[in-house]
Design a protein around this ligand. Structure first.
Ligand code: FRU
Length: 503
């Protein structure tokens, strides 16, 4: 009898386990962030909004859960929250791997790829030729294009690729293309080792160098990658921002995203500020750029990992996820201008179980798990406290594992500490406390925190100081506590449950 029960349980386990795995419920699997069903992913690529669908292509190796011959994976969404993984969009060929790049809607059919009066989608990407790299040429990264006449489902590579040949610089990649209406031309923003090169084109096929930017400005602790040039309407004035990812050399080590605020005249980008600005100070947002064809909305999404350890994090079936899509806007602080990032409003589509408490004071500790019902991750926390005093928010489980998010008033900075968050020893720097300066001068502190089962995103002061970190607890966190050595007056504390996107 006992034996029959064992056999039955074993059979049940074997049956149930693949179903769980298939439905994105393995240990550590992000529940509200996109991750590939299986295998390796890094940068988001070719993000474009077309016919009511958000396309997310991504650096993908379908052969293993570590980096390898790069393809463009593909996923689609109609609400930026729920994703459907589609067949691989672009495969490596004789010109090389398919590295990062962008997709545009060619509304005027400047490329001539369109059929039946419908605009084609055109992908512009780097081809990385490993044979050339091994032979120590310095011309192994070139820009190619491909087009789609069925809204991104399938792609045809252009027969005269590459369209922009390498002038002899080993790092020459990650084209982000946009239509520059004032000059009726395409502008390509390209990362070239330690600077950005701007090229222009009438048809996406022939490109002319317009200018270079950045050799002596900004952070230079690593190679510049994955840029993006975007413009904002700042109270009637057009203000430009140039996003430049860098690896290593981020503010907390490894990969990170810096940006410059300035002006672009169709040829040249200029900036007046000297301070280095980071879109996200945490270690786990990289290669972030924005969706194209979204009009005035600027929607940003990054790869939620860091080249320092991305290939050894303890997930096996898949490796890496994307950050939440974030809405970018400009904020003036004194005489300076910053970018603020906040989760997109579509987050409301997966929100439930909202509970709020107003106007209370706490000393030492305040346990949400005791004051509210059904506290579990994924969730969103909004906290508005009076006066900037030191406090922390601790997410923990009964295995004594915790991730701590806090504000340190003496240092005027935010921090996240994952030293005791579970598995950390796959890389020695993983357990270091990371910090972000407080940029805002506002009296009150206003935080939004998005906690998934294996990541945390902090949006402080309405998105002025942002941090993203991943973590790997042995059991999901199910307790949330506010802690302080002071007496803290809370104007508002809201907990919102977030429904998993894979159900
Ligand atoms: C950034 C990056 C890009 C490159 C791609 C290769 O993470 O190194 O510069 O195109 O990844 O996968």
């Amino acid at each position: 009898m006992k034996r029959t029960i064992y056999i039955f349980l074993a059979a049940l386990f074997l049956f149930v386990q693949p179903i769980c795995a298939q439905s994105y419920h393995e240990q550590y699997r992000p529940q509200i962030h996109f991750s590939p069903k299986e295998h390796w992913m890094n940068d988001p690529n070719g993000m474009v909004y077309y016919n009511g669908v958000y396309h997310l292509f991504f650096q993908y190796y379908p052969g293993a859960s570590v980096w390898g011959p790069m393809h463009w994976g593909h996923a689609t969404s109609t609400d930026l929250m729920h994703w459907k993984q589609e067949p691989v969009a672009l495969y490596p060929d004789s010109l090389g791997y398919i590295f990062s790049g962008s997709v545009v809607v060619d509304k005027k059919n400047t490329s001539g790829f369109g059929v039946n009066g419908k605009p084609p989608l055109v992908a512009i990407f780097t081809q990385h030729d490993t044979a050339g790299e091994r032979a120590h040429t310095n011309t192994f990264q070139n820009q190619s294009i491909a087009y789609s006449n069925n809204a991104g489902k399938t792609w045809i590579k252009y027969k005269n690729n590459p369209v922009l040949k390498n002038p002899g610089i080993s790092d020459f990649r990650d084209p982000k293309v946009m239509w520059y209406d004032e000059g009726s031309k395409w502008i390509m923003t390209l990362a070239v080792k330690d600077h950005i090169a701007f090229y222009s084109s009438p048809d996406l096929k022939s490109w002319t160098l317009e200018s270079e930017f950045g050799k002596e400005i900004g952070a230079h602790g690593g190679v510049w990658e994955c840029p993006d040039l975007i413009s904002f309407d700042d109270n009637g004035k057009q203000v430009w921002a140039l996003i430049v990812n860098i690896n290593p050399g981020g503010p907390n080590g490894g990969s990170a995203t810096q940006y410059f605020i300035g002006d672009f005249d169709g040829k040249t980008f200029t900036t007046s500020g000297n301070n280095i600005k980071w879109l996200d100070y945490g270690p786990d947002e990289y290669a972030g750029v924005t969706w194209s064809n979204t009009d005035n909305r600027k929607i940003f999404l990054g790869w939620m990992s860091n080249w320092s350890y991305a290939q050894v994090v303890p997930t096996q079936a898949w490796r890496s996820a994307a950050t939440l899509p974030r809405n970018l806007s400009l904020v003036h602080v004194g005489s300076d201008i910053f970018i603020s990032s906040k989760p997109v409003v579509e987050l409301n589509n997966i929100s439930f179980n909202l509970q709020s408490l107003q106007n209370f004071t706490f000393n030492k500790a305040f346990d949400l798990s005791q004051q509210m019902n059904n506290i579990q991750l994924p969730c969103k926390l909004d906290l508005n406290v009076q006066d900037a005093k030191s406090f922390s928010i601790v997410f923990s489980n009964d295995k004594n594992e915790a991730i701590v998010v806090g504000y340190d008033e003496a240092q005027k900075r935010y921090y996240i500490n994952r030293a005791k968050s579970g598995e950390t020893n796959f890389e020695k720097s993983f357990n270091l406390e990371r910090t972000a300066p407080r940029i805002s001068n506002a009296k009150n502190i206003y935080l939004t925190i998005i906690a998934d089962v294996s990541s945390i995103e902090l949006f402080a002061d309405d998105g002025l100081s942002v941090m993203t970190e991943i973590y790997f607890p042995s059991k999901p966190f199910d307790t949330i506590q506010l802690q302080t050595e002071e007496s803290i007056k809370v104007d508002n504390l809201s907990f919102t449950g977030l429904k998993g996107i894979w159900r």
